[in-house]
Every structure is written in C-alpha cells, then in structure tokens.
Design a protein around this ligand. Structure first.
Ligand code: DON
Length: 337
C-alpha cells in the first residue's frame, strides 16, 4: 500500500473524494425507516434497529468505515459464501457440485426441496450450505474442523476480528426443527457425502459457522479478499484458490474450477434470497446477505464492502444495506452489465 501510494498507483487515486460519497450515502441510509429485526432467536432480536455501519477495503488495502463498524455481529448466511469458497478451494468445485447445484431455487432459503437431480439447488440456501459444510474436512473430529474453519476465516480477514458467539450457536441449535427436517429429507434422498454419519454433528457444524462473529471492518477485508481473486489485500496471502489445483484436477480429470470466481457468480445469482434477480438487475454486483442484517458486496478487482444494519425487509435483506447498494450504483458506474 505504501509503495503504491508513493508511486501514485492506487486503484482508487481520489480516495478522499470517493470516501466523501460513501459517507453521504451512509448518512442518507441512516434515516431509512422500516424493516424488522430478525426475532427467531432472542440473541438476534436484542439488536438495536438503529445500528448501522459501512466499511470498505480496496484490493490495494485502502480502508475506511463509518458508524458502528467495530461492533461484533454474526456472519449468519454470509458464511454460506465463504464455506463454499473454502470447500471448493480444498476439494475442487466439481466435487462440491457433485453434491450441490448452481441454480437459483426461486424458493425460500430454508424450504424443504431439492432440484431435479435430487441435489440442493445451490450453496447459498440452507440445504446447499448444510451439504457444502458437510464436505469440509469431514475426516477430522468436530473440534479440529471448527479450528480449521476459524483459521481459514481469520486468514481471509487478514487476521482481523473473527470470533464465535456461543449464545447464538446454542439458540440456533435449540430452534432447529426446520433445519433438522430439511436434513432428514436430504438424508433420505442420499444428498450427504458417505462420510456424514451423524446429522446432528453436520448441523452443529453448519450452526457454528453461522455463529462466527465479525465486525463490519473485518467483514470488509473478507469481502475485499473475494474482490481480489482470493488473495487477502492486507496480508497478500492466497486464501481461496483462483485456478484449477493441478493435483485435484488430475484426480478428477476435470477442468475449469476457479473457486474465487465461482463464489461471485453464485452470489450474483443466489446471494440475496428471493430478491437475487432484482438485486442483480438493479445493482449488478455479487452480494450475500445474512439474517443478522449484514450484506457483503464485491466489486471485482476494486473493492469489498460490508454493510450492517439489523432491520430486514420482507425478503430477509437489510433495508439500509439494499438502499446503500442502489444509491452506490446510482452514483458510480459499478453495475457489472
Ligand atoms: O439456518 C438458519 O436458520 C440460519 N442460521 C440461517 C442464517 C441466515 O442468515 C438466513 N439465511 N439464509
């Protein structure tokens, strides 16, 4: 970053001006009313609806944030994007897609349904996320698997805050009837890998990953790692594979697995629940939201954005988060198409 600054070679040279726009959009969205804080578990319902933060990180590591950007919250469904990227990096996207499709489901995120091949529709809905996480390091014990993922998340966040909220985990597990029903349905249909012997453990792992905690600032670095093709812009460490891993390829005799690109493609088509098509139409950027009110938005080769505000619209997306994205593409030509 220092070298690039001295050489006047930064990806966003007019940083102060850009940040001024970001601040203005932040302020406009602050006044937004409406939406409802998720209340299906008490730990989420306790969040103040006025909490609102924006954090940005460029692929050069230029950073800025506004509002409650150091306050921790759970990643919830944003974990689905990273779990997929990690699974695809470790196992190859072809193996992951042997178990999970690539098609928007057009159904609620937790609906009990499979595609025409009897697979979950995609890794961004609950069914697909449960199966995707069941593929990761499933030869290890639960403690080692959790440590492994915490470690991977911390690499992706450049060592910035990633914690674990045990209260959220416990209440997710205590209110998991739908996810259990979904998992038994998938077991009946042979969706799990042969290594998965214990459904309760598979669900625990999925809930633990939903209960990982970040701040808007650490989440922005995680988004920037996706913008930067899988390399963390703060540490310059490769965290997500960008090209076919040769040994995995030879083993599977396949081609074209690029997890860092694949995850953005799936976020573009499936990342914003049943609003994904409209979001793609209006905003045109890969994004993923979670029930805690977080939204990550990725501008490939430029910027990662993390937005956090607990009130959700009827689709389950953060009201202020979606408004911010629309205002952003009104001001800047970031729409991909
Ligand atoms: O599985 C659940 O109920 C939640 N932990 C899912 C989290 C979430 O953000 C909802 N999204 N798809």
């Amino acid at each position: 970053l220092v070298t690039k600054t001295l050489q006047n070679d930064l990806i966003v040279p007019s940083w102060n001006q850009f940040c001024q726009h970001m601040k203005e959009i932040y302020e406009i969205c602050k006044d937004a009313n409406g939406g409802k804080v998720a209340d299906y578990i008490p730990q989420l319902a306790r969040f103040d609806p006025n909490l609102w933060s924006v954090a940005i990180c460029t692929v050069d590591g230029q950073r800025a944030s506004w509002g409650d950007s150091k306050k921790p919250f759970c990643v919830q469904s944003v974990s689905k994007a990273y779990n997929y990227a990690i699974a695809a990096s470790e196992l190859g996207a072809d193996l992951v897609h042997h178990y999970v499709g690539q098609e928007p489901s057009g159904r609620f995120f937790n609906e009990i349904c499979l595609d025409t091949h009897n697979k979950p529709h995609n890794p961004m809905v609950n069914s697909g996320a449960i199966i995707t996480s069941s593929l990761i390091k499933n030869e290890m014990n639960m403690a080692d698997r959790f440590d492994h993922m915490l470690n991977e998340y911390r690499k992706i966040s450049g060592g910035e805050y990633v914690g674990f909220n045990n209260a959220v985990f416990l209440s997710e597990r205590a209110t998991a009837d739908r996810n259990f029903a979904l998992s038994y349905f998938m077991k009946e249909n042979g969706c799990f890998p042969p290594q998965t012997k214990n459904l309760a453990e598979a669900l625990d792992f999925y809930f633990q990953l939903c209960s990982l905690e970040v701040t808007c600032e650490s989440m922005a670095v995680m988004a920037a790692t996706l913008a930067n093709g899988g390399v963390c812009p703060i540490t310059e460490e490769r965290c997500i594979a960008s090209r076919p891993a040769r040994d995995v390829l030879t083993l599977m005799n396949s081609c074209g697995i690029r997890p860092a690109r694949d995850v953005l493609t799936l976020m573009n088509s499936c990342g914003m629940y049943d609003y994904s098509g409209q979001f793609s139409f209006h905003v045109g950027l890969p994004a993923k939201s979670g029930v805690s009110g977080v939204v990550i938005v990725v501008i490939p080769n430029l910027l990662g954005i993390a937005l956090w505000s607990p009130p959700l619209d009827e689709m389950g997306n953060s009201v202020r988060g979606v408004q911010f994205c629309k205002e952003l593409v009104n001001r800047f030509n970031f729409h991909n198409y």
